[in-house]
Design a protein around this ligand. Structure first.
Ligand code: PEP
Ligand code: MG
Length: 311
């Protein structure tokens, strides 16, 4: 089928034999909620909250934040909304949170590690998410970006629970989290893989540079094997494992991520029809064979080429 037909695909999020897949959307503001619903999202798998913080010289008030979060939650009554706490630093620096000039900002104080240095900002955000959640009927989950180990996961879990949030998880985007995945799953309720940063840190390839090719592809067998490790840990723990990085928007990679153990996928709203098309072209068992072959490939290109012949 040509691209235009795939982009207009109206079928359900399911494999060709009918097995359903939970398919959510990534949004960066409350406005995008409507587009996500239009494109058939079952909920929100990644609500990036940076936009609330970007326009001012200091952190927004509890009231201002609650209003923004409520605007999204109110559109998702009875549906899941996974909110990510502020991910400042590196490509998204904030003057009041990331004052220092760092030689390698991607390896510096960013995400949870910068937020935890400012407990009042962190606490206000969690309180605002919690207040907005209580005022809506959405099933609100919260997660922290750039978690490195189970210590941080359990610290964040405690903070979010104290703010009254029910379901608390962390992102897997630093490879260390995949290596200690069992410990991390024991410390929180769910994990969501950010394949953009996970690939950058695993392959030592800056996501902002063009032209590093195979090093920047989530098809790399090293990335796929790490996803598999997380999938196996999720199954042992009996807890959900999402994928919310760009990899989930690739219609051929999407079924493979499910085969490797992801229990939900989340992608940009406009990518959702094509992801549903990709799922509809194969079965879990075919995707499992493709995943196994891709894990044995020697680089990203070979992994992709081999997988496509098996899907
Ligand atoms: C990721 O790193 O894959 C991710 C989803 O987060 P962001 O792209 O916002 O860094
Ligand atoms: Mg990230």
């Amino acid at each position: 089928k040509n691209r235009a037909e795939r982009l207009a695909f109206q079928g359900p999020a399911a494999f060709s034999d009918g097995e359903a897949v939970e398919l959510l959307a990534n949004v960066g503001s409350a406005n995008e909620g409507a587009i996500a619903l239009e494109q058939g999202a079952q909920g929100i798998g990644l609500f990036r909250t940076e936009f609330v913080f970007l326009d001012s010289d200091n952190a927004p008030s509890l009231e201002a934040q609650t209003k923004e979060y409520r605007a999204l939650f109110s559109q998702f009554s009875g549906k899941k909304v996974v909110v990510r706490t502020l991910d400042a630093g590196a490509d998204k620096p904030l003057p009041y949170l990331n004052p220092a000039i760092e030689p390698n900002p991607a390896l510096g104080e960013r995400g949870y590690r910068s937020l935890s240095k400012y407990p009042h900002i962190s606490r206000t955000q969690l309180d605002a998410i919690s207040a907005a959640a209580r005022e809506s009927n959405a099933d609100v989950w919260v997660m922290a970006p750039m978690i490195a180990d189970a210590r941080e996961a359990s610290q964040f879990y405690g903070e979010a629970k104290e703010a009254g949030l029910n379901v608390v998880g962390v992102m897997a985007e630093i490879p260390s989290v995949a290596i200690v995945a069992d410990q991390v799953f024991s410390s929180c309720d769910f994990v969501s893989i950010g394949t953009n940063d996970l690939t950058q840190y695993l392959m030592a390839a800056d996501r902002l540079l063009g032209g590093l090719g195979s090093y920047q592809s989530p098809w790399h067998p090293a990335v796929l094997r790490l996803v598999k490790m997380l999938g196996e840990a999720a199954e042992r723990a009996g807890k959900p494992l999402g994928v919310c990085g760009e990899a989930a928007a690739d219609p051929h990679l999407a079924p493979i991520l499910i085969a490797l153990g992801a229990t939900s996928l989340s992608a940009a709203p406009t990518a959702l029809p094509e992801v549903r098309w990709g799922l509809s072209q194969t079965t879990r068992s075919k995707a499992q064979q493709a995943a196994e072959a891709a894990c044995e490939a020697m680089d990203a290109n070979e992994a992709r080429r081999t997988a496509l012949t098996l899907l």
